[in-house]
Design a protein around this ligand. Structure first.
Ligand code: KMH
Ligand code: ZN
Length: 292
């Protein structure tokens, strides 16, 4: 059984790689919009921000310069734990997904298997998962294992068995539920994944689209943590577009308080996740590992 924390880790995933700015004007796509969103979401109760980058045309990018700019701007505006996406968009190359690890973030997502992603395929070969994992550890980056299916839990365990613990020594994962092609956003699916986690691991969960609320309630009731944001949800309720990311965080924070596990601060989140304090991050880049 996963460890039950006294507080709730709230992660905001404000942008993602799939939604067009023209379809959701509140989507933060510039560095300035990301920093402003980060600030509002920290005030609303978030401790971690999971970032995807966009280029000047608001298209998904893994450009390292843009990623470094975004990390620096978020650090300037907030104390949030910054987690960069190593998943990017389904069209991104393995080389770019590795290279973005040098952006100076505290953590990075690490998807533990291939999954159908609507009509696309989000490809994650075993050898590539291993390379990402080892490159993260070399850079003292804490991975968040992104699990879209029960089989991804098995792959995460295989990775840990073969290569040992991540930087910081703590295993934290995120159950991404309700993706068309992945596991459903149901309490039964969440319980199956949680039962299969290694001893001492913690988990967050996020439900895509309509599964947002049921997954959030199931995660809180199972002692887990919560991710919300416009990467995963564009409607606040039936027929009502999300105003902005902060209102999704506010709702999650209200539910966490109702569950008597109030939002963790960024410092508490760092302690739970086994992360370096921001000033202690290495500034030099290791010489190996980030070339595909
Ligand atoms: N955009 C998806 C293809 C992650 O951030 O690591 C991948 C994704 C997972 O969003
Ligand atoms: Zn993502």
């Amino acid at each position: 059984m996963a460890r039950v924390a006294a507080g709730t880790l709230l992660t905001v995933a404000p942008t993602g790689a799939e939604t067009a700015k023209s379809d959701a004007p509140a989507l933060p796509v510039t560095v300035e919009e990301l920093a402003a969103t980060a600030k509002a979401c920290q005030a609303a109760g978030a401790a971690v921000i999971h970032i995807h980058l966009r280029d000047d045309d608001a298209q998904p990018t893994l450009d390292l310069g843009r990623a470094r700019e975004a990390v620096a701007a978020i650090r300037e505006a907030t104390d949030l734990v910054v987690q960069v996406s190593s998943g990017g968009a389904v069209t991104d190359t393995e080389a770019d997904r590795l290279a973005v690890l040098d952006c100076g973030a505290d953590g990075a997502s690490l998807t533990c298997g291939t999954v159908n992603f609507g009509s696309d395929v989000f490809m994650n070969r075993w050898e590539f998962i291993e390379r990402l994992y080892l490159a993260m550890r070399e850079r003292k980056i804490v991975p968040e294992f992104e699990l879209f299916d029960l089989g991804h839990v098995t792959t995460m365990r295989r990775l840990l068995d073969k290569h040992g613990e991540p930087h910081g020594g703590h295993v934290h994962c995120d159950l991404v539920m309700g993706v068309p092609g992945g596991m459903p956003g149901t309490t039964a699916a969440l319980a199956a994944c949680v039962a299969a986690l290694p001893e001492g691991a913690t988990f967050s969960a996020t439900g895509v689209g309509r599964t947002t609320i049921p997954v959030m309630l199931a995660a809180l009731s199972a002692g887990g943590h919560v991710r919300v944001g416009m990467e995963d949800t564009l409607t606040f309720g039936p027929g009502r577009p999300v105003r902005d990311n902060a209102e999704l965080v506010e709702r999650a924070a209200d539910l966490a308080r109702l569950a008597q596990r109030p939002p963790l601060s960024p410092d508490e989140a760092r302690a739970m996740l086994g992360m370096l304090q921001p000033g202690a991050r290495p500034t030099s880049t290791p010489t190996t590992g980030a070339q595909a």
